[in-house]
Design a protein around this ligand. Structure first.
Ligand code: PMP
Length: 400
């Protein structure tokens, strides 16, 4: 069984077997990822790139091999177009502070959407404050779908960047990013896609999407924490100035001037998260071995099952009911505070997320300060969903 490969699922909480439904916050890791990380620290513990000794060569080979695995997973033309970062947050900040900053003057516009995670809002706001650019927002409807008919008007000759989430972490909406990118490109606007929540659930092909930038969070796609990817088109990466200075990102340094290294080293100053990178490569290989079509099918099936069961609970309102969704169900229940619900469920061994999920504007749109969120992964089971629904019922009766 695939599930047996995830030791993190096999624990008890308050004496109950864990039911882990907080996958959108961070996924569980398969043994293969844990082994890859452990193997690095125990069998070829060394710094990478600069060493001539055997262990350094092995570590470098594994780290660069991981880049290759990730490139295959997202069908990038070359692994050189993948920059290792700490995750989606750092990837977005990198693009905002290099590519976008160079293109912006006062009065220019950056377009994002109503359902963005704070990490795809705040970096752009900071940039606007520093450059005098203006942040504009694509609206959404009451199902949590972007109102794309507004795009033609929202994109103007001042629009210099569009940044949009592929899959919403709080609503579950899968945005039609290929269509958005085509519309933006028709007006010569480059597009960054925040893919943090996409890869754990669906196939991503950056060449088919034709995105200018795509961001990935390792910890959401069954990899380690503190590691992620920024994919970029080569012409952008080559033209972009470096972001952080330090070792590794240089070709030559004198006190007078520095010649920068080639892409992607230009953006990877300092010793990277070597173990994390190697673990991420193992996660990519794991996903490819399981098969994205299998993961996607299981995801759709779990979502349909959970949605039907949850909708039968009295007073429960789903927040985010897009026609195209991943297995994320945010909800509120009349008379029950999400935090209280989360605390009661924890005592039954169930982990869910409660609060604003770092998407305060999206929740303000639905006029709720927070929700409870159950987010599923392919290793979750129908029995777990049944148990979760029973416990939600019990908690509701307790509070109402
Ligand atoms: N965007 C979305 C949609 C997310 O769900 C998250 C993580 N919750 C992020 C960005 C931030 O990603 P990271 O944790 O890799 O910085």
């Amino acid at each position: 069984m695939l599930r047996d490969q995830f030791p993190g699922l096999n624990v008890t909480v308050h004496g109950k077997p864990l039911v882990y439904l907080d996958n959108a916050a961070t996924a569980c890791r398969p043994q293969r990822v844990l082994d890859a990380v452990q193997e690095y620290y125990t069998r070829f513990n060394a710094n990478i790139h600069r060493g001539v000794h055997t262990l350094s060569e092995i570590a470098t080979e594994r780290f660069e091999g991981a880049r290759e695995s990730m490139a295959r997973l997202i069908n990038a033309p070359s692994a050189r177009q993948l920059v290792f970062t700490r995750g989606s947050t750092e990837s977005i900040n990198l693009v905002a502070n290099t590519f976008a900053r160079e293109r912006l003057s006062a009065g220019d516009e950056i377009l994002i959407s109503y359902m963005e995670h704070h990490s795809n809002i705040v970096p752009w706001q900071l940039l606007c404050q520093q450059t005098g650019a203006v942040l504009k927002v694509i609206p959404m409807n009451e199902r949590g779908e972007l109102r794309l008919e507004t795009l033609d008007e929202l994109i103007t000759e001042r629009t210099k960047m569009l940044a949009v989430v592929h899959v919403s972490n709080s609503l579950g909406t899968i945005n039609p990013v290929k269509e958005i990118i085509a519309k933006a490109h028709a007006r010569e606007v480059p597009v960054l896609v925040d893919g943090a929540q996409a890869l754990p659930h669906m196939a991503v092909d950056v060449q088919d999407l034709d995105c200018d930038f795509y961001t990935i969070s390792g910890h959401k796609m069954y990899g380690p924490t503190g590691i992620g990817i920024l994919y970029g088109k080569m012409e952008h990466l080559e033209a972009m100035p470096p972001w952080q200075g330090g070792g590794e990102m240089i070709a030559k340094v004198t006190f007078e001037r520095t010649v920068f290294n080639h892409v992607p080293a230009k953006f990877e100053a300092g010793t990277p998260n070597i173990a994390g990178g190697i673990g991420l490569g193992a996660a990519a290989e794991f996903i490819m071995d399981v098969g994205m079509d299998k993961i996607q099918a299981r995801d759709a099936e779990l979502l349909a099952y959970a949605t039907e069961k949850m909708q039968a609970i009295d007073g429960l309102r789903l927040i985010g009911t897009a026609a195209c969704k991943t297995a994320v169900n945010s909800f509120v229940i009349d008379g029950v505070h999400p935090h209280d619900l989360g605390t009661v469920l924890d005592h039954y061994g169930i982990a869910i997320r409660t609060g604003h999920h770092c998407t305060m504007p999206a929740l303000q749109f639905f006029k709720v300060p927070g929700t409870a969120r159950a987010s599923f992964a392919f290793y979750n089971t129908h029995e777990e969903i049944d148990y979760f629904v029973d416990c939600v019922q019990k908690a509701r009766e307790m509070f109402t």
